[in-house]
Design a protein around this ligand. Structure first.
Ligand code: HEC
Ligand code: HEC
Length: 210
């Protein structure tokens, strides 16, 4: 594990996101060493992002029902119009997400219109359920390759599979609240948490002689 980590740390990767809504590139540069304490503080910030409506509205479980929550929605409730993502997670069994959540280049500045940021707007796998979960629950599942899509630290940090959606989450428009911090700060926090050994507050710490 230690070897793997140093190999990961040796790799410095820059994702060029020319299409990013904010026009900025995300730099993936893991720090050399991070204490457990600093790793836990970084996790706290990662959790603030993960539990924010711009992320958790999609990160729902087996029900397949996306959420409408957060101040711009008022009361938290399942997606209107009986939308269900199904096992396909794209609504193939019912109504396709892309029927309304198609991609368009213009800003999503109309309140209560369907966000249109990517043709592959869809729910993550049910194991990536975050909505309503505690910090410890999300911490334990996000470091578990069996539940995080078999991702290592760099893959987790780069979120390559849904970059467009992530860039939208920090710049949503239409009166929606952006996710806290910035995409770059979030990436840095994920990297710091990983380099610290993915600590969760639920871990039992072995004694000096243990
Ligand atoms: C439109 C729905 C949607 C939104 C909004 C969304 N995600 Fe995701 N997320 C996905 C999908 C789909 C996947 C699965 C991608 C894959 O595995 O290829 C995913 C996977 C992930 C993963 C991989 C680990 C795992 O548990 O599967 C992380 C980390 C992640 N998202 C972070 C975020 C963060 C942080 C935000 C908010 C800033 C966010 N997501 C918002 C749809 C979404
Ligand atoms: C018939 C049109 C329609 C379809 C089909 C549809 N949506 Fe939506 N969706 C909307 C509208 C409209 C909103 C915004 C509602 C508002 O802001 O009051 C929305 C908002 C959302 C949000 C909240 C985004 C946020 O954080 O502000 C998520 C998540 C979402 N949809 C996921 C999905 C998924 C996943 C599918 C496919 C399973 C889907 N939607 C299918 C119309 C649709």
């Amino acid at each position: 594990m230690r070897k793997l980590l140093s190999a990961l740390i040796a790799a410095t990767l820059t994702t060029t996101a020319a299409w990013a809504a904010d026009g900025e590139n995300v730099v993936i540069e893991p720090p050399e060493a991070v204490s457990r304490e600093d790793g836990l503080s970084a996790w706290d910030r990662v959790y603030e992002v993960a539990s924010h409506p711009r992320c958790s509205n999609c990160h729902v479980g087996a029900s397949g029902r996306p959420m409408w929550s957060g101040p711009s929605y008022g009361r938290a409730r399942p997606h209107g119009m009986n939308i269900v993502a199904g096992e396909s997670r794209i609504g193939a069994e019912y109504v396709l997400c892309s029927t309304c959540h198609a991609y368009r280049e213009t800003l999503n500045d109309m309140p209560h219109a369907a966000p249109q940021v990517a043709m592959n707007w869809q729910l993550p796998p049910a194991e990536a359920e975050w909505f309503g979960k505690s910090s410890v629950e999300i911490c334990e599942q996000l470091r578990d390759p069996e539940r995080n899509g078999d991702r290592g630290l760099l893959e987790l940090a780069s979120h390559l599979d849904h970059d467009l959606i992530l860039h939208w989450a920090w710049n949503p428009g239409g009166g929606r609240e952006p996710a806290p911090y910035s995409l770059q700060e979030h990436v840095n926090d994920v990297l710091a948490w990983g380099v610290a050994g993915f600590p969760c507050t639920s871990d039992t710490i072995e004694g000096e002689d243990g």
